[in-house]
Design a binder for this molecule. Structure first.
Ligand code: RIB
Ligand code: CA
Length: 324
């Protein structure tokens, strides 16, 4: 019987996407790490400055890796955008980037090479990797410029970012807004691209009932995630009109679930490009939704809706799996 189970597990694992997660933990990035570790073959984590300075996002990635007890390399990447001045999001995630919980210090060290080098080496050695990006796209833009061959070796790029409206400016979402030049390289790279923008992530909110489900779980990880959700909810709700949202939008795990559970989503194949010079629109994802025959050829699967209840159940199961 054990052989049958092992074979089934091997077969299941072989169907799971192999992903390399580039992130800026960040409360929702932390959840993306848990989901990726549970539902995908996670081959590495690279960090980028974004929600907090690089030293913090890297520390937080190490904390999460060791909390999950997974054997996955963490490499630190770019500490600043390609052109833009570094901008952080302490007003959402706190100065540490992961405020709200008493986090155990990492127990294992950072792996040595630069995140960009690690992504290039890993994607050259293993064809068909999905790069999942849940922070500013600086590392991925550099990868595509330093090693253009990567574009054809990877399965694609699934990213959280953009949308038809913004959250850091009227029209620009934080991950794109923080490094528009890098985002422009990524959206022009020519390979498979999946975009989880604000239009879909705002449909996926950590409501009080959903947070209560995590709080009720036994184990250290669930307790920490409950505290992190509590902090994330407080900063989100404080910034929004009363009654306009039920909880924080849990953005980043959707870039993972888009690959591991694609049937959760509706999507539209559209052309998306990045505004890099507009005074009011720098960092905007310009999505061509015209129904004209003459229009830009689509380059991106834009996620448009999600089965939020099923998706949160999957997030909860991934937390429970690692919460001992
Ligand atoms: O706009 C939301 C995105 O910006 C998320 O990835 C969040 O973690 C921040 O990086
Ligand atoms: Ca993020």
């Amino acid at each position: 019987m054990a052989d049958v189970r092992r074979a089934a597990d091997t077969e299941t694992r072989s169907r799971r996407p192999t992903i390399l997660l580039d992130c800026d933990p960040g409360h929702d990035d932390a959840i993306a790490i848990v989901a990726a570790a549970h539902y995908a073959n996670l081959v590495g984590i690279t960090t980028v400055a974004g929600n907090a300075p690089l030293e913090r996002t890297t520390y937080n990635a190490l904390v999460m890796r060791d909390l999950l007890g997974i054997d996955v390399a963490v490499h630190s990447g770019s500490g600043r955008p390609l052109v833009a001045e570094p901008k952080f999001a302490a007003f959402v995630h706190g100065e540490s980037g992961l405020d709200g919980a008493d986090l155990p210090p990492p127990t294992t060290a950072l792996d040595g090479t630069h995140g960009v080098e690690f992504i290039i080496e890993t994607c050259r050695a293993n064809e068909g990797i999905w790069i999942v990006a849940t922070g500013p796209l600086t590392n991925i833009g550099l990868v595509l410029r330093v090693a253009p061959d990567i574009a054809k070796r990877i399965a694609g790029i699934s990213l959280m970012g953009g949308g038809t409206f913004g959250n850091r400016s009227t029209m620009a979402e934080f991950n794109i807004w923080a490094d528009p030049e890098a985002a422009s390289i990524v959206f022009d790279y020519g390979g498979q691209l999946v975009m989880a923008g604000l239009d879909v992530t705002h449909q996926f909110q950590a409501t009080p009932e959903r947070i209560a489900q995590i709080t009720a779980m036994p184990g250290q990880l669930a307790s920490i995630m409950s505290d992190l959700f509590g902090f994330f909810a407080a900063t989100y709700l404080a910034r929004h009109e009363p009654g306009s949202i039920d909880g924080p939008a849990v953005h980043d795990p959707l870039a993972v679930l888009a690959l591991t559970h694609p049937d959760l989503f509706q999507r539209q194949h559209q052309h998306v490009s990045i505004e890099v010079s507009g005074e009011l629109t720098r960092g905007m994802t310009v999505i061509d939704r015209r129904l004209l025959v003459e229009r830009h050829a689509p380059n991106c699967d834009v996620l448009t809706s999600i089965d939020a209840d099923r998706a949160f159940e999957l997030v909860a199961q991934s937390i429970a799996h690692f919460s001992t």
